[in-house]
Design a protein around this ligand. Structure first.
Ligand code: GLY
Length: 411
């Protein structure tokens, strides 16, 4: 059973004063200030229904089908709340793989050859990035769409090409290895050798590929990917399960220097999306390795999430925010829901019942108020934020959309 904390009463009383826009009798879960921060919540938390899932995929097909791309040149990124147009990036942007991955999920669901053709076209340009050394996000950019393509594309030749691109991308990513820090370099932060919690989603590519190819090279890839995740578990996860966002290290000695501010409120705060990346990535890494320390990290980061975000709610963009009008981040909730569903699959039903909690999160994320069902926005999920310290405006972004579709596709 999911315990509904006191906040439920707050949600209900405030939203009942709002305007009901949904076809159901439920009141609109618009911004709900709690004592110190802001969230969006379902007035009556409930698991996602089959009808909601169907409606969400219909919306996704309508919105995604209307987006114009030209293969390798245009990669949808996101759109501010009421903007009718996507902003795009080139292939080397960290988000370039998510739209292709959304296309693969639509193909998986419908088996419609038009989605296959579109997914192939969008993935083709990304495969060329497999040798790109300028990003630590090759797992997102190449690993995601080629991983889906290798499983879903009916052509054995295409499958082989995707598998080859994944091997090359893993080799490229592994060049970032520092044996003293026992991690893959993310970037320079504050002019120093830096690691970011988001890398929990990218390092598993090395483990996946290493396990697939085997031999001494495969073993080395598995070793590097696993050690990277263990370094994150050791240096980013606090005793209460919350996480740091970015850390600097001394690349000569391997010594940890300390936190560097990034997309969170401060260097020491807990950025909501970072927490979601952590719980999702640690769960996947545990699934791949069976490593007990990674299971512990997955359990702690997941437990922190569910202790801070009431069931059927999305959080403000940072868990340490003290502002009842703070921007929210529904993408953190969709990434967390996907990770928690995988946690249920991998770890099994536990007392915490993270899967049931995730189903209730999806009950919120698929309500028409949370989506672009009544909006000109070209994306799917609203109330996402990118980088609040730079721009507090909410919008719809491809990573939040992808993880929502993925969570709804989970078996
Ligand atoms: N990986 C960058 C972000 O989550 O914004």
């Amino acid at each position: 059973m999911i315990k509904i904390p006191v906040i439920k009463a707050v949600c209900v009383s405030l939203v009942l004063a709002g305007i009901a826009l949904a076809p159901s009798a439920e009141a609109s879960p618009t911004r709900v200030p709690t004592a110190t921060t802001s969230v969006s919540c379902l007035p009556t938390p409930h698991p996602v229904t089959t009808e909601q899932t169907l409606a969400l995929f219909e919306l996704a097909a309508r919105k995604i089908g209307a987006v114009r791309t030209t293969g390798a040149k245009r990669y949808p990124f996101g759109a501010l709340h009421s903007s009718p147009d996507y902003a795009y990036t080139g292939a080397t942007g960290w988000t370039s793989g998510f739209f292709a991955a959304e296309l693969w999920l639509l193909y998986q669901r419908t088996q419609d050859p038009r989605w296959l053709e579109a997914a192939r076209a969008q993935t083709r340009g990304l495969m060329k990035l497999a040798t790109y050394t300028g990003s630590h996000d090759l797992g997102f950019m190449v690993g995601l769409p080629t991983g889906l393509g290798a499983t879903l594309d009916p052509s054995p030749e295409q499958q082989a090409a995707y598998a080859e691109a994944r091997i090359t991308a893993a080799r490229t990513l592994s060049q970032r290895w520092n044996p003293r820090i026992r991690a893959l370099k993310s970037s320079e932060y504050g002019g120093k050798w830096g690691l970011i919690i988001d890398s929990a989603m990218n390092a598993p590519l090395l483990i996946e590929v290493g396990q697939a190819i085997g031999g001494p090279e495969g073993d080395e890839l598995v070793y590097r990917g696993t050690e990277h995740m263990l370094t994150l578990a050791r240096d980013f996860v606090r005793p209460d399960g919350s996480t740091f966002h970015r850390m600097a290290f001394n690349p000569k000695t391997g010594a940890l220097i300390g936190p560097i501010p990034g997309q969170g409120l401060t260097g020491d705060s807990t950025w909501a999306r970072g927490q979601a990346w952590a719980l999702n990535g640690f769960t996947r890494a545990y699934e791949l390795t069976g490593n007990a320390e990674l299971l512990d990290a997955a359990q702690k980061t997941a437990a922190f999430w569910v202790s801070k975000v009431p069931p059927g709610c999305i959080p403000a963009w940072d868990f340490d925010i003290d502002n009842s009008r703070a921007p929210r981040d529904s993408s953190a909730a969709s990434i967390a829901a996907d990770g928690l569903l995988n946690f249920r699959r991998v770890v099994g039903d536990t007392a915490a019942d993270h899967g049931a909690y995730a189903d209730v999160t999806l009950g919120l994320l698929t309500t028409p108020w949370m989506t672009t069902a009544r909006s000109v926005n070209p994306g799917i999920l609203l109330q996402q934020t990118l980088n609040v310290p730079s721009d507090p405006r909410e919008g719809s972004y491809v990573w939040g959309d992808y993880y929502l579709l993925r969570a709804l596709s989970a078996d």
